[in-house]
Ligand binder design. Structure first.
Ligand SMILES: [Zn+2]
Length: 212
């Protein structure tokens, strides 16, 4: 059996001494009474955009689901395994979160694969190309609206359009729609720029992202 990576052993020990021990009371409380986060965050698997780091979160504060390109599929009960949908269901029905934030980011490899569909085909990335087909409609509208723009601008436009698509798909979940209509659940979009550290937030009324 392969050895557990040294880097993880070292980092874990550092966490135990520097984070866990000084916050042992909080961990004990969380262990005893369970979690009660008010925010669900759906973000990309990308190692550069860790939500707990960006929002300086402590354990118990954020309920996080991560997947390639921070996508929410449309509500459907067929098929077999629905990891994202199970997370949303648990967050909304059991934890009763007040907010769901879809957080995209700059330079997203998944969105890039969607933008340039040939990349996925060339690398035989079947899972990714199938997963990213959720952005087919968004891709067409971005390509139509940004014909003269650079690849980087098209990529950013599709990253942001993808966030809007996920919010639209969230509203196809009956229990999400119902709680949003009653004002008990708020849906948000955000885009993190890795190079500048800027977080831009979606204005629903204007359909655009504005930096915080
Ligand atoms: Zn990404």
């Amino acid at each position: 059996m392969a050895l557990f990576p040294d880097v993880l052993t070292d980092r874990y020990r550092r966490f135990k001494h520097r984070i866990f021990v000084p916050n042992a009371d909080q961990y004990e409380e969380l262990a005893t009474y369970g979690q009660n986060p008010e925010i669900m965050l759906i973000s990309c698997c990308d190692s550069r955009v860790d939500p707990e780091t960006i929002f300086n979160a402590m354990p118990g504060e954020l309920f996080v689901a991560r997947n390639v390109a921070n996508l929410v599929p449309p509500y459907e009960t067929g098929g077999k395994f629905h990891g994202v949908s199970a997370g949303i269901e648990f967050a909304v029905l059991n934890l009763r979160v007040k907010h769901i934030v879809i957080m995209g980011h700059s330079g997203c490899g998944g969105v890039k694969a969607a933008l340039n569909q040939s990349t996925a085909i060339e690398t035989e990335a079947h899972f990714i190309s199938r997963w990213m087909s959720m952005l087919d409609d968004a891709r067409l509208s971005v390509l139509a609206a940004h014909q003269m723009k650079s690849e980087a601008e098209k990529l950013e436009a599709l990253e942001k359009e993808g966030i809007k698509t996920s919010i639209k798909n969230l509203r196809t979940f009956p229990f999400v729609r119902e709680r949003e209509d009653k004002g008990r659940l708020n849906l948000h979009g955000a885009h993190f720029d890795i190079k500048t550290g800027t977080l831009s937030v979606l204005s629903h009324s204007r359909g655009e992202f504005f930096p915080l």
